[in-house]
Design a protein around this ligand. Structure first.
Ligand code: SF4
Length: 98
């Protein structure tokens, strides 16, 4: 699964793409794999200055009320994860409630 992610202070985030070995998205459609890296800032480089590498991250998702979810598998072509500053969580922005 190609995962674009704006939770840039996560230890698995490299220039806006996720490079975790596996990502778990929970029932509330937020990333459970997120781990804050204390050495990272919240400043994102311009995409022209930070070319992204393709990623193919195994994804498990238990948001069973999502349109794309079939038996804990995500059927989307890729997902976008955003930084929810209110909750400090990493939310799946591709989630569509069925
Ligand atoms: S918050 Fe989740 S999707 Fe984003 S880089 Fe970290 S592990 Fe990957």
């Amino acid at each position: 699964m190609n995962i674009r992610c704006r939770k840039i202070n996560c230890k698995f985030n490299h220039n806006g793409t996720c490079h975790a070995h596996e990502v778990w998205v929970c029932r509330g459609a937020n990333c459970e794999t997120y781990q804050k890296d204390e050495d990272k800032t919240n400043i994102e480089l311009a995409s022209e200055l930070s070319p992204t590498r393709p990623n193919n991250v195994p994804l498990r998702c238990t948001a069973s009320n999502c349109l794309y979810n079939r038996s804990c598998h995500c059927g989307a072509n890729g997902i976008a994860v955003v930084d929810n500053e209110d909750t400090n969580r990493a939310d799946c922005a591709t989630f569509i409630e069925r």
